[in-house]
Design a protein around this ligand. Structure first.
Ligand code: G16
Length: 554
């Protein structure tokens, strides 16, 4: 049994994985993200931190995911996953930043000792870690650095390598490993176990309903392609995928003009799907690590592109859950609520607020997930397609003990129970969310057009502005207002006041080196104009180089 910090071993490995000079790392919205070539030392140190986190929790299995998700292929990243499959506890994010930024081996060892002291960690505790990566070319070398960290801190067996898989599968593995054989057992801790669980629930939920039509899925040329191929085998004859953008070999294709982020930000169909969609036929896009989902179709009258984003998914799913809870005879016994961020379209918020409690929180799954846990059933989706549904322990117990008094109540209760199995409550999963949407559409007999007709999105535009230092942008009110740079918010407010149904906010991205500007307004032209005017304002206020000023900024 290890009783002292293995300082010599840590030193030796730390010398092998030196921190690059003059780089400042920050654990952002979803862990560390930057160019893959800069991350060697961070990976090693996160291996050490994952081991410490596990020791702090008495040997519970911690997850480490090596991915930069929607970012360009050259980027990579790492995030830690806590025992129930949730994001790393916030107080530990500062430990991660603290370890990642130690300039020398001496400083790193001192910081490790400080974390052990502050976290009240007993080094003699066992440590268990499961890790995985996406398909990025830089992934294998970064995983090797991570493994050095796991070995150096004495993780059992050097950790469990779950290979190349999606972020949601990794979260599922963490949760199932930690709950195996407990009352909260969440399934078999293997990728196949996950697919079997989803497939069984899907079959039960689709039983007696017309089969959904084959679905084109844009896999962003990422790991989602592997996941769709593996899952398809479990649902042959029940559900058919038509995967596109599945090229994992050609360099540079990951997330390039493909995937959920492309669809959301460009508000257009991925080029690889041009000419492949018939009017009214729905299709879906995953992002690079398959935890975001975006739907779209071409209008059957005008052939115009129509997007069904996270807000539309939330409205569809929450509406269906309300109906099921009522039909099960459980109205008033389960509180249903929806959680959104400032990016939620104003129309979606209005639509939902008339029906349910709605909460707005800062960007980042960790914030949404936490807020959703306050409800009996919490539906959370970011407009970018990240989201899921969480069921409280009380709700799960109530569903399992409920005695329905009519066949209709029995059916609705069974459907709710199956939905708790189809939904990955540990974290949003593009695959599980897609199945959820298809089940709801099949239950209602809805086409994409009918789904889209629940409310009309206000035209909106998202713009990125490159500034010298994005850390200067501080926000309040769930990121809807800037407090710093001082005076900028007043200027934004003055612009917004000129537009009917105008709304705009500015915040620093936590995953990219940019400031994001969101704007919506009554017309397409007005939304674009407002976004580009605010972007121009931000660029100029930050002292941006006039020669490099993007020409669309007004
Ligand atoms: C991550 C987070 C999401 C967030 C997104 C963008 O997504 O998990 O919650 O919405 O980053 O964040 P930001 O605007 O701060 O860059 P992903 O899919 O990149 O892991």
């Amino acid at each position: 049994m290890q009783t002292d910090l293995p300082e010599e071993v840590l030193r030796e490995y730390s010398e092998k994985h030196k921190k690059p000079e003059s780089v400042n790392f920050a654990y952002g919205t979803a862990g560390f993200r930057t160019l893959g070539e800069r991350l060697d030392s961070v990976m090693f140190r996160m291996g050490v931190l994952a081991g410490l986190r596990s020791k702090a929790l008495g040997g519970k299995t911690i997850g480490v995911m090596v991915t930069a998700s929607h970012n360009p292929e050259a980027d990579n990243g790492v995030k830690l996953v806590d025992p129930m499959g949730e994001m790393l506890e916030q107080s530990w994010e500062s430990y991660a930043t603290y370890l990642a930024n130690a300039e020398t081996t001496d400083e790193f060892i001192t910081n490790v000792q400080a974390v052990i002291y502050r976290g009240g960690i007993s080094i003699s505790q066992p440590a268990n870690v499961v890790y995985a990566r996406d398909t990025r070319p830089s992934g294998a070398a970064l995983v090797a650095a991570l493994e050095d960290g796991l070995k150096a801190i004495g993780v059992e067996g050097g950790g469990w390598n779950a290979g190349v898989t999606t972020t949601p599968v990794l979260h599922y593995l963490v949760r199932t490993t930690n709950t195996k054989g407990t009352p909260e057992d969440y399934g078999e801790p293997s990728e196949e176990g996950y697919y079997s669980k989803l497939a069984a629930a899907l079959k039960a939920l689709l039983s007696g309903k017309p089969s959904p039509p084959p679905l084109i899925v844009d896999c962003a040329n990422g790991v989602g392609a592997l996941s769709v191929a593996a899952f398809s085998k479990h649902v042959e004859g029940v559900f058919q995928f038509q995967p596109t953008n599945t090229d994992l070999q050609t360099p540079g294709l990951l997330n390039f003009k493909a995937g959920a982020d492309f669809v959301k930000t460009s508000q257009s169909i991925p080029p690889a799907l041009q000419g492949k969609l018939s009017a009214g036929q729905r299709a879906a896009s995953f992002d690079g690590d398959a935890d975001r989902l975006m739907y779209f179709y071409l209008d059957d009258q005008t052939s115009q592109f129509r997007m069904l984003d996270g807000d539309k998914i939330a409205a569809l799913v929450a509406g269906h859950l309300v109906e099921l809870v009522n039909a099960a005879g459980l109205a008033g016994r389960i509180e249903l609520g929806v959680v959104q961020t400032a990016y939620a379209n104003g129309s979606s918020t209005k639509f939902l607020e008339k029906r349910l409690p709605v909460k707005c929180v800062p960007t980042g799954v960790k914030h949404l997930h936490h807020a959703a846990e306050a409800f009996g059933i919490g539906v959370y989706f970011e407009a970018n397609g990240h989201g899921t549904v969480v069921f409280s322990k009380e709700t799960l117990a109530l569903l399992n003990s409920h005695q329905p008094s009519t066949p209709e109540q029995t059916k609705a209760t069974e459907d709710l129970i199956q939905l708790t199995k189809l939904i990955n409550s540990a974290v949003g999963d593009a695959l599980s969310d897609l199945l959820l949407v298809e089940v709801v559409l099949a239950s209602k007999g809805y086409t994409a057009t009918q789904w889209n007709s629940s409310y009309s999105d206000l035209p909106n535009r998202l713009v990125k502005v490159l500034v010298p230092d994005r850390s200067l942008y501080k926000t309040t009110d769930a990121e809807r207002k800037l407090t710093e740079p001082v005076g900028l918010q007043e200027k934004i407010d003055a612009l917004v006041a000129q537009y009917e149904a105008g709304r705009s906010f500015v915040r620093a991205s936590g995953t990219e080196d940019a400031v994001r500007v969101y704007a919506e307004a009554g017309t397409r032209e007005a939304a674009d104009e407002l976004a580009f005017k605010v972007a121009g304002l931000v660029y100029d206020e930050a002292g941006g180089d006039p020669a490099k000023r993007p020409k669309e900024f007004i």
